[in-house]
Design a protein around this ligand. Structure first.
Ligand SMILES: [Zn+2]
Ligand SMILES: [Zn+2]
Length: 144
């Protein structure tokens, strides 16, 4: 396979296998495992080409850099972890939100982003369960 084709395939595969939107840096980290010496400029160039032919889709969260996901997804939403900044897919949808719009307005589409902490970050958080209260607190001796 030609090197440029190999690069593009590795980049598209990385995004499809991720199952969540990837930042260009994340794409580089995964695709580099397939294509040695892959650089950021090449990743950007191929992301643009893949976007142009609709092989991948752009995910643009407010106030954040571009991310890329598989274009074969149905309507879905996203969750961003404020700790690791990774973005995940949310497959639940509240459905028709048109009654939230001002009276007389027509809603055409919606985007929903949830923010919080992902499972990995939550389980990596320092354990808050202290061994036992009696070890921590010095109870005054009872009795007279
Ligand atoms: Zn996280
Ligand atoms: Zn929805």
């Amino acid at each position: 396979m030609e090197r440029s084709t190999r690069q593009r395939t590795a980049i598209r595969d990385a995004i499809e296998a991720a199952g969540r939107p990837l930042s260009p840096q994340e794409v580089l980290e995964v695709a580099r495992l397939q294509v040695e010496g892959l650089g950021m400029a090449t990743v950007y160039r191929n992301l643009k080409l893949l976007l142009d032919d609709a092989s991948i889709a752009l995910v643009q969260l407010p106030g954040d850099g571009p991310r890329y996901e598989s274009s074969v997804h149905d309507h879905h939403h996203h969750f961003q972890c404020k700790q690791c900044q990774r973005v995940f897919d949310v497959h639940q949808c509240p459905g028709d939100l048109s009654k939230l719009a001002p009276p007389g307005f027509s809603v055409e589409r919606h985007e929903i982003t949830l923010y919080g902490q992902c499972k990995d970050c939550l389980s990596a958080a320092p354990a808050t369960s202290a061994p036992s209260k009696s070890a921590v607190h010095n109870h005054p001796p009872t009795g007279h």
